[in-house]
Design a protein around this ligand. Structure first.
Ligand code: SF4
Ligand code: SF4
Length: 229
């Protein structure tokens, strides 16, 4: 299961900026189990955004947002509500946000940070990848993860070495930052490239101390080793 946690509400409203109408997408898979984006959290988010003066055009909770086919079929009855929104707030892990951003021609904002990929992953067969950085940057990159799409995991723009759209390190791979540019352009969001993304906070790459106080982590840290000769 992929563990995610909701971003602070102020960070989410910062992403939404001046947008007035929002469609909210939740996930009945890992995000529901994590308590970050299931039906309860989607209903709560709708209330909070409404109280903050936003119009919520509709909501939908889909079984696995990491599965693009399920995203597309799940939204079939909601096209008008999505079309009426300025953007879509996606309440799930980084893989799910990437899958949604690749599936609909709409600005997508992440509502969660992915903190752990867990023991087994969700129903995910797509090409999206997440490195559980704990500070999801997808709002700035059109829903393409810079940490996994860029071979050097650059978060502040291209290295300048790409050749004909291919990465200088791995010519068999598309340049992640060209993918980001193309996606932002398609969604009318090129101004996002002007946002300075701070270097990653590497503390967040490690498990949260609260998580490390659980019994699982206690077992993990028992002072025992298997002796091998
Ligand atoms: S920025 Fe990438 S690695 Fe970090 S949480 Fe988002 S999808 Fe995962
Ligand atoms: S060429 Fe593109 S994908 Fe490759 S390291 Fe540079 S910015 Fe990243």
């Amino acid at each position: 299961m992929i563990l995610s946690e909701q971003k602070p509400f102020e960070e989410i409203t910062g992403f939404l900026g001046a947008e007035k109408s929002i469609f909210i997408l939740g996930c009945n898979g890992c995000a529901q189990s994590s308590g970050s984006g299931g039906p309860k959290q989607v209903a709560e988010m709708k209330d909070k955004l409404t109280a903050a003066g936003k119009k919520v055009t509709g909501t939908k909770v889909i079984d696995f947002l990491c599965e693009k086919a399920l995203v597309k079929s799940g939204l079939r009855g909601k096209i008008d509500q999505v079309a009426a929104a300025d953007s879509v707030l996606v309440m799930t892990c980084g893989i799910g946000v990437q899958a949604v951003a690749a599936s609909i021609n709409k600005v997508c904002h992440p509502a969660c940070d992915t903190i752990n990929l867990g023991g087994s992953r969700g129903e995910w067969k797509g090409s999206e990848r997440c490195k559980e950085c704990g500070q999801c940057l997808l709002d700035f990159t059109g829903g393409v993860c810079p940490i996994t799409a860029c071979t050097k995991s650059l978060v502040s723009g291209a290295c300048g070495g790409a050749n004909k759209g291919k990465c200088e390190v791995s010519p068999d791979r598309d340049c992640g930052w060209e993918l980001i540019y193309d996606r932002l352009k398609a969604k009318g969001q090129l101004d996002k490239l002007k946002v300075f993304i701070k270097p990653l906070d590497h503390k967040k790459l490690m498990p949260d101390p609260k998580l490390m106080s659980t019994s699982r982590f206690a077992l993990e840290s028992l002072d025992r080793e298997v002796k091998v000769k």
